[in-house]
Design a protein around this ligand. Structure first.
Ligand SMILES: [Zn+2]
Length: 399
């Protein structure tokens, strides 16, 4: 007797406790107080600390009797920055680490929170680089407060660290123990985002949702969340880009970004994130804008290859479902629905004024090195296996 396939088994790894909503930042002092009164705050260049929201927060922390150190990260954090910061703080004892900002400050804070107590170099643990020793902990409680809607770092267990230039890399320090204790998502903090950042972060969030949805490790729970996230992006990305004061649109994008982080931490990603890592390491290309430049052609390639090789693939049916979601109706033929996915991504790229790889000086001559370095963990969960020449064609189409 053949066994019937039942409902798929799945596992969901650790998530932060989540406080979501306009004004949620006001809860930070109460949440932090359960760990103690000595804080390490890691933030970006200066925009948050100089903002009204920043001043209000620091006044509230002072009134509640907290003391703190602030460290700023002005670009994507490097292993050297993490090690120097941890070394400079030995001898002090922190009850919690607060990361406030975009993906870079959150990843920086996540890595520092992991290493403050053990005190060793982050290079000991970085994936694909060095000795890759297992991380034993213990970590300092970490609270993530995103001020952009993009990376989903507030919900993930990895910190991406970068070394740029000729011998550059972007690799993750990854462990369940690094997941934030709390993610505080206050969409009001997004009101001051410049449009180019909204575009880049929004395309990152969308790419993460779509790649999680079609990932070879997707499951019914992440599928439901990814679809809800993509629907929120459909309804709000362009509106938020045109008007950051649109509180409904920015709430939906903050929600989509959170869902993207929850999903990717469970499912892994795909070819866009595979290629964007070396792209950002060797060229001055930010993560989000890199995703935005690659996602249309990467999706076209995945769909073309699946149609040619594996017409019964569940991932192909999922691309059809995304097309129906974008269309807002279910009576669309499958091929037409998938064409509509590409059409929508092209429309977004145009309206968001996304650049092309050649605008950053990437040329045909750079392609072989990008291909060789694109096979990190993300590429392994792409729904269709890509050859080196497939990846080269994908990059070439984005020049
Ligand atoms: Zn991403």
């Amino acid at each position: 007797m053949s066994s019937q396939p039942g409902f798929p088994a799945f596992a969901i790894a650790r998530l932060p406790r989540i406080e979501f909503g306009a004004g949620a930042l006001r809860k930070l002092p109460t949440i932090a107080a359960q760990y103690g009164k000595r804080l390490l705050i890691i933030t970006g260049a200066s925009s948050f600390t100089a903002s009204e929201a920043g001043k209000t927060l620091f006044n509230a922390l002072q009134a509640a009797g907290f003391t703190w150190e602030i460290r700023r990260v002005t670009h994507e954090p490097s292993p050297h920055w993490v090690d120097e910061t941890v070394a400079g703080l030995q001898g002090d004892s922190f009850d919690a680490v607060i990361g406030i900002g975009g993906g870079s400050p959150l990843d920086a804070a996540k890595a520092v929170a992991g290493l403050l107590k053990p005190g060793n170099s982050v290079m000991d643990h970085l994936e694909g680089v060095g000795s890759e020793l297992p991380y034993q902990g213990s970590s300092t409680p970490f609270i993530a407060v995103p001020t952009t809607a993009g990376t989903g770092s507030e919900a993930t267990k990895n910190a991406v660290l970068s070394v740029s230039g000729e011998h550059g890399f972007k690799k993750s320090f990854r462990d369940d123990k690094l997941v934030a204790e709390y993610a505080i998502i206050d969409p009001d903090l997004l009101a001051t985002c410049p449009p180019a950042q909204i575009a880049a972060n929004g395309m990152d969030a969308f790419t993460q949702l779509m790649e999680a949805y079609v990932s070879t490790r997707s499951n019914p729970l992440t599928d439901a969340l990814a679809l809800a996230g993509m629907e929120a992006v459909r309804d709000s990305l362009l509106a938020f880009y045109r008007d950051p004061a649109d509180s409904v649109a920015r709430g939906k994008m903050a929600y989509a970004s959170l869902l993207s982080g929850i999903c990717l931490a469970q499912t892994g990603l795909g070819s866009v994130h595979g290629v964007v890592a070396p792209l950002g390491a060797f060229h001055p290309i930010g993560h989000g804008v890199g995703c935005g430049m690659l996602v249309t052609e990467a999706t076209r390639l995945n769909i073309d290859l699946l149609e040619a090789r594996d017409a019964d693939s569940p991932a192909l049916a999922k691309y059809t479902a995304i097309g129906k979601l974008f269309r807002g109706r279910s009576h669309v033929d499958p091929v037409g629905a998938r064409v509509f996915v590409i059409h929508t991504l092209e429309t977004w790229a145009k309206h968001l004024h996304l650049p092309r790889l050649s605008d950053f000086g990437v040329t045909e001559a750079d392609i072989p090195k990008l291909v060789v370095n694109s096979r990190g963990s993300s590429m392994k969960t792409n729904p269709v296996e890509l050859t080196d020449s497939d990846i080269a064609n994908l990059i070439r189409a984005c020049l």
